[in-house]
Design a protein around this ligand. Structure first.
Ligand SMILES: Nc1ncnc2c1ncn2[C@@H]1O[C@H](COP(=O)(O)OP(=O)(O)OP(=O)(O)O)[C@@H](O)[C@H]1O
Ligand SMILES: [Mg+2]
Length: 244
């Protein structure tokens, strides 16, 4: 690990043709923190997660996870990734999707069964275990995807909008679970557009046009901007950047 940071990026840049999606992104995530990435649509949040997970190569700059330069296959078993667009097999059951992800990570049948039981309880889908994922509602598919990303008990979790379409009651229980994971030493990087969720993060990074334009605790960001809440702070920071 690098100075207590589980993730560090330096001047991370990603171009798609002429389009600059990441424009010198500097991000540091502390070990065991819940770190929120916020920012408008197209800001580069998903792109930065994909670079960190080794799914796309940066054009320039550096990214380190557990002190290792990304991409590095050796860190993959310690990382969980819940993509914004769920990557599930719709004609397979919830059970088979979980089992497939478990096998992908080389877990034994016994371990998969153990994890499946815990995770189905966490996402409240025990009753849907044998249903094809394609028959589930949007929010339920999201919950299956979240469970799949955690099957191998990763130390670092990337959750790209994990609570979109999830009802308020379950959303609250997700947060209880995230805090439980945190207490067990797991680091979580999540994106959200919900300000009430951002408020629960230990640190947040506001991403805009491929850069981190503000980073800190929710309280420090509101204090820095002299605003009453995060929503106002972000609007103020965005306006400042546009006017700069
Ligand atoms: N494969 C690609 N080819 C071309 N452009 C891309 C590609 N992937 C992403 N982009 C562009 O990069 C920019 C950043 O996209 P990204 O998905 O990272 O945004 P985001 O912050 O996750 O937004 P959202 O809040 O909508 O999820 C967007 O303008 C997007 O169109
Ligand atoms: Mg995104």
């Amino acid at each position: 690990m690098h100075n207590g940071f589980v993730i560090e990026t330096k001047a991370l840049t990603k171009r798609f043709g002429k389009f600059v999606a990441l424009n010198g992104l500097d991000l540091s995530v502390e070990t065991g923190a819940i770190h929120g990435l916020l920012g408008p649509n197209g800001a580069g949040k998903t792109t930065s997660i994909k670079v960190l997970c080794g799914l796309i190569k940066p054009t320039s700059g550096e990214a380190y996870i557990f002190g290792k330069r990304v991409p590095d296959k050796s860190i993959l078993p310690r990382i969980g990734y819940m993509p914004q667009e769920t990557a599930l097999y719709l004609d397979l059951s919830v059970h088979h999707n979980l089992a497939m992800y478990g096998e992908l990570y080389g877990l034994s049948g016994k371990k998969i069964a153990e994890r499946e039981k815990d995770l189905l309880r966490f996402v409240a889908l025990e009753k849907w275990k044998d249903s094809p994922v394609g028959n589930l509602s949007g929010g339920m598919k999201h919950r299956v995807s979240l469970a799949c990303s955690m099957i191998h008990e990763p130390a670092l979790l990337f959750l790209d909008e994990p609570t979109v379409g999830v009802d308020p009651e379950l959303r609250a229980s997700f947060w209880e679970y995230f805090n439980l994971l945190k207490r067990a030493g797991v680091t979580i990087v999540m994106t959200t557009h919900y300000m009430d969720e951002a408020q629960h993060c230990d640190k947040i990074g506001l991403v805009r046009q491929g850069r981190v334009i503000a980073e800190g605790t929710p309280e420090s960001i509101t204090a820095q901007t002299g605003t009453a809440n995060l929503e106002e702070a972000f609007l103020a920071l965005s306006r400042r950047q546009v006017n700069a």
